[in-house]
Design a protein around this ligand. Structure first.
Ligand SMILES: [Zn+2]
Ligand SMILES: [Zn+2]
Length: 122
């Protein structure tokens, strides 16, 4: 466990259920994409959720093969940016432009992943 990139530590990506799962399972492209996004917005990116173990994923209603379970997704927010603004910046990162970007205005976060290309509003 430790630092994955200049601005992100593996600890931030681990499962929030308390199981501590996710170590060694975070896709390098997810970290690279978040690092590029960090450079664009020039503000700290808070990871509300990244890796989820299968049990936690099921508990929060995630689809069984969610990219969160595969270490390829993160739900993020940035103080000072609306989810719409943050999603717009995420779309400027090629790794996320080619992947998934979902906006959750009510819950105040943006889902990004390095899976296949999708766009949605939660
Ligand atoms: Zn867990
Ligand atoms: Zn998500």
């Amino acid at each position: 466990m430790g630092r994955l990139s200049e601005h992100f530590d593996e600890r931030e990506f681990l499962c929030r259920c308390g199981c501590g799962g996710g170590s060694g399972k975070i896709h390098p492209n997810l970290v690279m994409g978040l690092e590029m996004l960090r450079d664009l917005v020039k503000l700290p990116i808070v990871l509300a959720c990244a890796y989820r173990c299968p049990a936690h994923n099921a508990a929060v209603g995630g689809v069984p093969n969610s990219y969160h379970v595969q270490g390829m997704a993160a739900d993020i927010h940035v103080a000072g940016l609306t989810p719409q603004e943050l999603a717009g910046q995420a779309a400027r990162v090629p790794l996320f432009f080619q992947g998934g970007i979902g906006i959750y205005p009510q819950r105040g976060f943006v889902h990004v992943d390095v899976g296949h290309k999708r766009r949605w509003m939660g």
